[in-house]
Design a protein around this ligand. Structure first.
Ligand code: ADP
Ligand code: MG
Length: 347
């Protein structure tokens, strides 16, 4: 796909490293007053005055974290930024700057990297973050992207994973499992395509799932919503590896247990249909499928009225004493110990 799309190709050798950086970093204005110096010097300069800086990094490797045979480069650029901003929002902070580093093999023409940066630019525009630096180098094989995001928050607003208390409510934004099923659909169609490239798949019924996989959105809106509602979560993290493993992280770090109600886990109807078709349990998919980039957090019961009825938020359980362990309460009212069947980078 990569080769077909770029009819006009300019080799990277032709333009050189500095030419490449110049072309790629065009059209990235500095919008945040905190960005004092962006691209073009040895380092960026950022001024958060009285607020604290929150920093997070991700590394994405072709063939491990993404597959270019079904991931368009523009989407990859957008997603690489989203994945990272999501970590900043999970601290209850607002992202303001990113740096992007890439290592590319000579298989990529300039036009492919321009597509990647189009996605990065779109993410910066929509989420109001400034690209303030990065690094560009060659790789022997494939594409490697590392994004670092920088955000800010007053110290008293920052939320860690370790603050959940007994009786707190467990809340999740959006719905779960769809990104994982989107990947299943794309992988299935990719196998079909390898066997018969003339077969045009009908992906229309799965559009929502595919969009969740290829174009996730980080939940900045939830951070702003919580601020507006006057709710400060007691603990929070984003769901990148699946609900089950993330909830276990919160419980472990907070030294508490939990009761997660199966019937309360928010699922999209499209996901439920796809799970039936693939013969998978939608609960398992929501618990263990990754890449939803929703926010998982706990709140004090006193804050329940403030979030009650909000269509973006679902209360899915509550925090218990550590001695009770971490359990899934099934629809049949059985307690099953939660397992970290989340996606494991070393599996
Ligand atoms: P240095 O030699 O100091 O590493 P570079 O020549 O690599 O500097 O980079 C020049 C400027 O361009 C720096 O401000 C750097 O942060 C920025 N930059 C380099 N590569 C990228 C990239 N892929 N994306 C965004 N900015 C980049
Ligand atoms: Mg450099």
């Amino acid at each position: 796909m990569l080769e077909d799309k770029n009819i006009h190709k300019t080799s990277l050798e032709q333009i050189g490293e500095f030419g490449l950086i110049d072309i790629l970093t065009q059209g990235f204005p500095l919008r945040n007053p905190s960005s004092l110096k962006g691209i073009g010097d040895d380092g960026a300069v950022i001024d958060f005055a009285h607020e604290k800086a929150v920093i997070s990094t991700d590394l994405l490797i072709e063939g491990v974290h993404f597959n270019l045979s079904y991931m368009p480069l523009k989407h990859l650029g957008y997603k690489a930024v989203m994945v990272n901003l999501s970590d900043i929002y999970a601290m209850n902070a607002i992202a303001t700057q990113i740096t992007v580093s890439i290592a590319v093999s000579n298989r990529f023409p300039l036009e492919a990297l321009e597509e990647l940066y189009e996605g990065i630019r779109l993410a910066c525009d929509i989420y109001k973050v400034d690209l303030v630096g990065g690094d560009t180098t060659s790789s022997l094989r494939g594409l490697i992207i590392s994004v670092t995001s920088i955000g800010k928050a007053p110290l008293e607003k920052i939320v860690y994973r370790n603050g959940a208390k007994e009786n707190d409510l467990i809340v999740v934004s959006g719905d779960l499992g769809s990104a994982y099923m989107g990947l299943q659909v794309l992988e299935r169609e990719n196998e079909v395509f390898k066997v018969n490239p003339n077969l045009q798949p009908d992906l229309e019924p799965y559009q929502y799932l595919i969009e969740r996989q290829l174009k996730p959105e980080a939940r900045k809106d939830i951070v702003l919503l919580l601020e507006k509602l006057g709710v400060k979560p007691t603990s929070m993290m984003d769901i990148s590896d699946g609900l089950s493993s993330e909830l276990l992280h919160i419980c472990k770090q907070s030294q508490v247990g939990c009761r997660l109600m199966e019937e309360k886990i928010p699922l999209d109807p499209v996901l439920i249909n796809a799970c039936e078709e693939f013969n998978l349990s939608s609960t398992m998919v929501a618990l263990s499928g990754g890449e939803d980039y929703e926010l998982l957090f706990t709140i004090s019961q006193a804050d329940y009225d403030k979030i009650k009825g909000n269509p973006n938020l679902s209360v899915i359980g509550y925090i218990t004493d550590a001695s009770q362990g971490c359990n899934l309460i099934t629809r049949a009212n059985e307690a099953i110990p939660l397992e970290a069947r989340g996606w494991n980078a070393f599996r």
